[in-house]
Design a protein around this ligand. Structure first.
Ligand SMILES: [Zn+2]
Ligand SMILES: [Zn+2]
Length: 630
């Protein structure tokens, strides 16, 4: 089994966010992979016109820093997602005041509209140029390139530099035509970064900035960035008392009562859908002997990501995925073609040994559960089953108002298994996607080695794209490696196909995404506390308890604020907790066994209806059953 095969199998339901940069919150992170090799040092990261403008802005920033802080040594300054950075070695630490001065100096350079001019120097001229300007990091980059050329036995190519005004940088480009083409920009932050990402080398100061074609786009970006900080699920998790993280178990959430209610509500909704679709649910052991992973191929290639446990001189592992164990249930007896598709769901507790430095809230964890399903079917059933699975996705994402996007990955060059079966499976999947009427794109050769796959992405309220779920049509891994069969109409053993499917993906990750998407104001059906009774005075508290009892008997999640705070404070607190309904009780309401119903986020002066308890309970219970996304 190849490394890719194993890691793709391991990916199911727990893949990375496509964009993680703006979600980081307190310790804000920027997408800025370390660049170590000589080749990477010269890469401007400019793949399109916008990147070229961003990288050009980095040159203008470096020009300003050289002007304002004499003796500055230049590192590198590539374009990155949403902006750019430049690394500097400086005689002193930069302050926020410095950023303002640098921005002002940059604005002058933009106003002067200096053309960017490319020049080529011989390797010797180039080196002499940067030695003379006392730029040791540039000289080092050139020496590395020369050493590499020598090692390869090829001549060192000419050195290209870009010049605007009095500023010259070692650079492959491309750039915009002149500094006047640079759009509205803003410097965002200063962070430390080791030269070439090597902690044994000097720590430089990295200035991050952003630049956009128009003022409107800049303002939108700055708004999204602020909003992302406010919506950070780690912050909201504490504020709304949903979950917390502790050093004694890195990468695993401690679920508080409200967060666990959210978790179980999502699980029950999926269980209800699965029951309608004829799934059966199983539970297999989290701790299994390493023999299982030797058979599946994971032992050789995925072991470093497994937590191992020794007992009685035997090695066990905490399972990183449910797939292989599900075959034990399939193989527990002879299966007839009549039983297929056999849909086996499992909410198994999974552990993957991610490096502690990469863990982040609910989106990068070591301990998680997926809404996992393994469907065993005949090859001729692939089309109808995929169509039904797309329906599952559409329904579940409708509950939270997210629009799923599908990416169909087809056979990669090094695929395992029978090519004819691959072709047939791909045709059936393609037809099912077309019939679904949902938009999708095809990524040629992007399937897993054992399976064509459909990846599902969503875009959240801030326009960030997240990979959540996946459907993989496994032609090889489970069927062949675990030698699965069913008995066909003529009594002959046949090889089934297995579909790996997760709709939410990891529950942990999905909740992280939803928390940020809704900024904690979850839809009514999902909210941990759906309504709160607010008695105006102490004498109304018993009626509040009674009302809560009526609503709870309809399956609703209700609290009573029995404190002695004033009503306005109780409402403010309930608003902060983002509770969908506030039910206010005074003399009049208690007398009539009714409540004044205030919706979360209701506008000032909006009419607040008074509803009788029984009718209110019926109405809210019906609303919860609908699972509407608001
Ligand atoms: Zn450049
Ligand atoms: Zn699986």
């Amino acid at each position: 089994m190849t490394k890719e095969l194993v890691s793709e199998a391991a990916d199911e339901g727990a893949s990375e966010p496509t964009v993680d940069a703006t979600a980081a919150g307190e310790e804000e992170q920027f997408e800025a992979p370390e660049r170590g090799s000589a080749e990477e040092l010269l890469d401007a990261g400019a793949h399109d016109a916008l990147d070229a403008m961003r990288h050009s802005t980095a040159h203008v920033m470096a020009e300003a820093v050289l002007d304002l802080v004499p003796g500055a040594k230049l590192g590198i300054g590539p374009a990155i997602t949403d902006g750019f950075y430049y690394d500097f070695q400086l005689p002193r630490a930069l302050t926020p005041g410095d950023l303002e001065a640098i921005e002002a100096r940059m604005a002058e350079s933009v106003a002067a509209d200096h053309p960017f001019v490319r020049r080529e120097l011989s390797p010797a001229e180039g080196r002499a140029f940067f030695v003379e300007r006392d730029q040791p990091f540039k000289v080092e980059s050139l020496d590395d390139l020369a050493a590499r050329a020598k090692a390869e036995g090829s001549p060192m190519p000419p050195v290209s530099v870009y010049e605007h005004g009095a500023f010259v940088d070692l650079c492959k480009g491309p750039h915009v035509a002149s500094t006047g083409k640079i759009g509205p920009f803003k410097l965002l932050a200063v962070a430390g970064a080791y030269w070439r990402g090597d902690e044994k080398r000097p720590m430089l100061q990295r200035i991050y900035g952003t630049v956009w074609p128009t003022q409107k786009e800049l303002e939108d970006y700055l708004w999204r960035r602020e909003e992302a900080k406010k919506r950070d699920h780690r912050r909201l998790g504490i504020q709304l008392d949903l979950f917390s993280f502790h050093d004694i178990s890195p990468g695993a959430a401690f679920w508080h009562p409200k967060g666990w209610t959210l978790y179980r509500t999502l699980e029950s909704a999926m269980r209800e859908l699965q029951a309608r679709r004829g799934y059966v649910e199983v539970y297999t052991p989290p701790l299994v002997h390493k023999r299982l992973w030797e058979q599946s191929g994971h032992w050789d290639l995925y072991r470093e990501h497994m937590f191992l446990v020794e007992a009685e001189d035997q090695t066990f592992s905490l399972k990183p995925m449910n797939c292989p164990e599900s075959t034990y249930i399939y193989r527990s007896r002879v299966r007839s073609y009549r039983e297929l598709p056999l849909r086996i769901a499992e909410y198994g507790k999974l552990h993957r040994n991610e490096l502690s430095g990469t863990l982040s809230g609910l989106t990068r964890v070591r301990h998680f559960v997926t809404d996992d399903g393994h469907i065993y079917l005949r090859p001729d059933q692939i089309g109808s089953e995929i169509e039904a699975l797309l329906g599952e996705v559409r329904e579940a994402y409708g509950w939270v108002g997210l629009e799923p996007r599908f990416t169909f990955g087809t056979r990669p060059d090094k695929a395992l298994g029978d090519v004819a079966l691959w072709d047939r499976a791909e045709t059936l999947i393609g037809d099912a996607l077309k019939r679904s009427g949902m938009s999708y794109r095809v990524k040629e050769k992007d399937g897993a080695f054992y399976a064509p796959k459909i990846d599902i992405q969503v875009e959240d309220a801030l326009g960030r794209e997240w990979q959540t779920a996946t459907i993989q049509v496994d032609l090889v891994m489970l069927p062949e490696r675990f030698d699965l069969h069913y008995i066909d109409e003529e009594g002959r053993p046949q090889r089934p196909v297995a579909i790996h499917r997760a709709i939410y993906g990891s529950l942990e990750r999905f909740i992280g995404v939803l928390t940020e998407h809704f900024a904690g104001a979850f839809p009514f059906w999902l909210a941990p506390v759906q309504a709160i009774a607010i008695p105006i005075a102490d004498r109304h508290v018993p009626a509040g308890e009674e009302l809560a009892g009526v609503l709870r008997s309809h399956g609703l999640r209700v609290e009573v604020d029995g404190s002695s705070m004033r009503m306005q404070n109780k409402i403010r607190l309930a608003q902060e907790q983002k509770i969908p309904y506030m039910l206010v009780l005074g003399d009049r309401e208690v007398e009539a066994r009714s409540a004044t119903v205030r919706r979360r986020g209701a506008a000032q002066g909006e009419a607040q209806p008074t509803e009788e308890w029984a009718a209110l309970a019926e109405r809210l219970a019906a609303e919860a059953r609908e699972r509407r996304p608001s």
